[in-house]
Design a protein around this ligand. Sequence first.
Ligand SMILES: [Zn+2]
Length: 139
Amino acid sequence: MYRFFEKISRFMYGRYGFDALGKFLLLIYLLVAVSNIFVQGTAKIVLYSVQMALLVVFVLRVLSRNINARQRENNFYLRTIGRAEPKIKLFFRRVKDIGKKRYRTCPNCKSVARLPIRRGHHTVRCPNCRQEYKVYIMF
Ligand SMILES: [Zn+2]
């Protein structure tokens, strides 16, 4: 077993490996793979092609020896799509909290507060800018 890992680490020496863009490509790959379960016909073939293309790009990036080019791609990804990552995480957190918490945006600093469900009018102190603002939780 030790020799196996030694061989892998020798094989990966000087190669690029895994990064944030790789993680994103894998996530998209999984989303396409899952959505492929629910379609039929031509759409299935198209989705399968997209799936394979994503996998090929991912593997080629991991095994690439051109580290500068891969870092440039990763930086571009972090500057563009990577900036949306906190918003995507907040979206999934809100979906998970449906029926348990309410989310309200601070009018002053636009940060989002996660509040317990207590019906009626309340005053909330923003944890970010310390300013108070009024919220109304209907249900
Ligand atoms: Zn605030």
